[in-house]
Each structure stands twice: as C-alpha cells, then as structure tokens.
Write a protein that binds this ligand. Structure first.
Ligand SMILES: C[S@@+](CC[C@H](N)C(=O)[O-])C[C@H]1O[C@@H](n2cnc3c(N)ncnc32)[C@H](O)[C@@H]1O
Length: 285
C-alpha cells in the first residue's frame, strides 16, 4: 500500500490496533480472542476506540476529514460507522490486485458482478481494469457510499451499475435473462437480509447462490472469487462444493484450472498474522 497507508499495529484480547494513515484506532476483532498484544503501551495512543456494547466510538482525537487510504490503483475514504466498520476491508488487498489483473483473453468492457459489494473497493479495482461492473448490495446507504467513492476516484463515468437488491434474487434473475459475466465475486456476511427483509444465512444460502453464479459464466473465460468471515463456512467447504458442480467438475484437476484458496490475513509490523476469513479464487483454463 502507498504512503497514506493502512497498517495493523498490534492485536490481542479480542481487539486490534490499526493505523489509518497515522490515525490510530482500537476496535474489536473476534480472531484476536485468546491472543496477547505485543505492545500494550501503544494502545493508550488510540485516537478512536469502538465499544461494541454501546455501539459507539470514543473519539479522543477528531476523525480527520477526509481520511484517505491509498489502496494501490484507487483511494478509499475511511469513516467510522455505528457498527465499528470504517468503510474499508484491508484484508482484501490481494484480491483487489487479482481482480485488477484481467485474464490474457480479456476484452475491454467485459462484464463483472460484485455481489455484497458494500464499500465498492473491489468494484473500483475491476473498473480500473476496464470491466463493466454490476455492483449489488441490499443496503441503500452502502450503495450510495460506494457511488461517492467511485466519484472520488474519478470513476463517475465508468460503466458501473449500482443496484440495491438481494444478491440471490439478482443472480437468479440474471440466469433467467441469460446474462453472462467474465468475473464474479461475492463476499457475503454470515447473516444479512434483503432490501425487503428476507433473511440471508451464509451456511444455508451460499450454495444455491454459487450454483446460479456458475450459470452466468462463459465456458471459455471466467473468474470466481468467494470470500467470507464466518466460522460456519471455510475455504474447504467452498472448494468441496465447487468441485462437484456441473460447471466445474469437468475442469477440476485439469492443469488449466487455476485454484487458489486459503486464509485472508492481516500482518502487524512484526509479521504476526491476524486471521481475516477465507478466500477462494478460481480462474478458467
Ligand atoms: C461483508 S460485507 C461485504 C464487504 C465487501 N466485500 C467490501 O469489500 O466492501 C457484506 C455486505 O452484504 C450486504 N448484504 C447483506 N445481506 C444481503 C443480501 N441478501 N443481498 C445483498 N447484499 C446483502 C450488506 O449490506 C453488506 O454491505
């Protein structure tokens, strides 16, 4: 990452200390539970502390406005949300680089679908690479914020469709319309709901959604990225499911199909690793 960097400083006791271009924040981190912090003294310097009990930030120093984080091909404004989020998932950095590197046979303007798009960072990585992107999220305010982030990165005229919709419903409709995408990514939460309140549960609903997504691919050129942050589903579950699908089983094990899977990670300054969920990347032969 560039000079206005994101840096994990320390973690432990179920919390993480992060630097956002020098603005230090202290917030909960489930995967830091049972871990011991390396630099207890550094936590006293936190400018913002999020309390998940009160769902509130204690801003000991005003949050800089704007506060911009360099993400390589684009910049993300970060802001404190009532849920302890900041408008950026830094563990997605490697995925942004992968998304921004299209396939050899890529044609400018090919379509990409970003389901559960939230901050829009992945949409920017794709748009910068020349994709026409459908950005789908159930939360209207998230979609509006993603649109503003694109404008901040001079991508207001880029071919990006911003859609407030239920991911499963949208994908099923695209199958009926026989629409095709070259790249599809999904980063679903463990629990969520559609704009109309229909519940989303990762361990129950991911599989039919993946089945629909695979029908949106052209056989000769496709890329799939699945990420998640829930203890209920991991990369092995996703690989096991994909392996037995009609669309992928004929390619599975063939030298052409590129599969990368593992844990998304954040590293502190001593390269201590904080787990940040799973990733699965599948790339056509
Ligand atoms: C973990 S976040 C995705 C983060 C995203 N990958 C990013 O880098 O910004 C999950 C998102 O899913 C959205 N969501 C939850 N249920 C949904 C549903 N049924 N359909 C579409 N989006 C949904 C939430 O509004 C939230 O923005």
């Amino acid at each position: 990452m560039g000079n206005c960097r994101y840096q994990l400083i320390d973690f432990g006791m179920g919390r993480k200390l992060e630097s956002l271009a020098g603005h230090l924040i202290d917030r909960p981190s489930p995967s830091a539970k049972g871990q011991v912090s390396n630099h207890p003294s550094k936590w006293t310097g936190a400018a913002g502390v999020y309390d998940s009990g009160d769902r509130a930030w204690d801003h000991r120093v005003p949050w800089p406005n704007p506060l911009l984080i360099d993400c390589g091909a684009f910049e993300m404004p970060v802001r404190p949300t009532p849920y302890g989020h900041i408008g950026l998932f830094p563990e997605q950095f490697d995925n942004w680089c992968w998304l921004a590197t299209p396939a050899a046979n890529f044609r400018e303007g090919q379509s990409a679908l970003n389901l559960f798009g939230y901050t829009g960072a992945s949409t920017l990585a794709l748009a910068k690479a020349g994709y026409a992107v459908a950005h789908v999220d159930a939360a209207k305010q998230n979609v509006q914020a993603a649109r503003l982030v694109a404008a901040h990165n001079q991508l207001n005229d880029a071919p990006i469709r911003y859609l407030v919709d239920d991911a499963a419903k949208f994908a099923a409709r695209e199958v009926r319309r026989q629409r095709k995408y070259q790249t599809i990514l999904l980063d679903p939460p463990a629990y969520g709901h559609s704009p109309k309140g229909k519940s989303w549960r990762l361990d129950r609903d991911l599989w039919p959604l993946l089945t629909d997504c695979l029908q949106l691919f052209e056989e000769d050129s496709f890329r799939l990225l699945v990420t998640g942050h829930s203890p209920d589903v991991n990369e092995g579950d996703v690989l096991g499911f994909l392996k037995q699908t009609q669309f992928l089983k004929r390619f599975w094990g063939s030298s052409g199909l590129l599969i990368e899977a593992g844990r998304s990670q954040l590293k502190d300054q001593e390269d201590r690793v904080l787990d940040a969920g799973f990733f699965v990347r599948v790339h056509s032969p």
